[in-house]
Design a protein around this ligand. Structure first.
Ligand code: TXA
Ligand code: MG
Length: 320
């Protein structure tokens, strides 16, 4: 099987109704979608991704009124945040509704829920009517796809259809906010920061992304979002020295213009604004990975909150 790339929403809906998988665009990254209420379909996601079955999936819904079909004990703050950030790159962790099968929650009593801000994803969700389970459409631990051709390369031989929504706008995965405790906790960083959330809900928001004993979240595994080639994070001041020491072909991902003219240095210049950097990040990592080098050097980013989620992804990409 080789996936076709098209904008045929009806075809996607038909496949979902038959219990098949479809890759879908979202505002963050491409997702590998299945009917969330069909355990057999959801199991296919784990199989195709090579992902352990105890790692929960995010269920995508069309709007906030669907929350009660999937979650229970929903705190009022959920609605305040959804009103402000949905559709958008914010996932809530809530206690799952009693009837929800634990296949989709990785065996947990909680569930991840999000309404994505992408016209094709929203049209698909509306037409389908139910919840759609969708992790990022990449092999386990690999780089999330932000273009249809990335999905094709990752899992194109295992699915029938990739819904073509162009390049994803945001480019890194959603912020995940755990709302099951007294204080809202960030369990995966994204472009919606703790401060942005705290400003809206007028309440403290804790960042638990560096605490060891939080709920299982593959996005928090040390090695994740990783290219096949070894990647290394280096400071701006050491960059040129390390390039000069490396005698083989090398790729460099930097916000600066090329500093060397060596033909065996693949220099990939990145934008200097966090939003634009995130938008291009995974595509650029893939370019570096496919450029036939044995080392990817990534220049470190400023230690400011606006860059935190991107630094998080780079750190995991460079972990071995
Ligand atoms: O932007 C995104 O969130 C993308 C798009 C496709 O929506 N999806 C995505 O899914 O990144 P995935 O499966 O690659 O990552 C989902 C994250 C995982 O880290 C998972 O553990 C966490 O959500 N998650 C889901 N349900 C959870 C739960 N009940 N408790 C804790 N973490 C949960
Ligand atoms: Mg993922």
């Amino acid at each position: 099987m080789t996936a076709i790339i098209s904008q045929d929403i009806q075809h996607a809906v038909d496949l979902l109704r038959k219990g098949e998988l479809v890759a879908i665009p979202t505002d963050t990254v491409y997702g590998l979608a299945a009917d969330a209420s069909c355990p057999a379909a959801v199991k296919k996601i784990y199989h195709v991704k090579g992902r352990p079955s105890n790692q929960p999936l995010i269920v995508h819904i069309y709007n906030v009124s669907m929350l009660t079909q999937w979650a229970r004990q929903i705190p009022p703050i959920t609605y305040v945040l959804a009103e402000h950030f949905w559709p958008g790159a914010l996932t809530f962790i809530l206690p799952k509704a009693t009837q929800v099968n634990t296949v989709v929650t990785g065996g947990q009593d909680t569930i991840g829920l999000r309404c994505p801000n992408h016209p094709l994803a929203l049209a698909l969700l509306r037409q389908f009517g139910g919840g759609v389970a969708a992790p990022s459409a990449n092999r386990f631990r690999h780089i999330s796809p932000t273009k249809p051709k990335h999905v094709l390369r990752e899992i194109g031989d295992k699915i029938a259809l990739i819904l073509d929504g162009g390049q994803c706008d945001i480019g890194i995965e959603s912020t995940i906010l755990d709302l099951t405790g007294v204080t809202p906790c960030i369990v995966r960083q994204g472009m919606i920061s703790a401060k942005m959330i705290a400003d809206v809900c007028q309440q403290d928001v804790v960042d638990k992304t560096h605490v060891a004993d939080r709920p299982a979240a593959p996005g928090n595994l040390a090695v994740h979002y990783a290219p096949d080639t070894q990647a290394k994070l280096v400071s701006s001041t050491k960059l040129i020295q390390i390039i000069n020491q490396h005698k083989q072909k090398i790729a460099v991902i930097s916000r600066q213009q090329p500093m060397v003219t060596r033909e065996d240095v693949v220099w990939l210049t990145m934008p200097d604004h966090p939003r634009d950097y995130a938008h291009h990040l995974y595509d650029t990592l893939r370019q570096a990975d496919e450029s036939g080098v044995d080392l990817i050097l990534i220049e470190e980013l400023p230690q400011q909150m606006a860059w935190a989620a991107i630094t998080d992804r780079l750190t995991r990409a460079a972990q071995r």
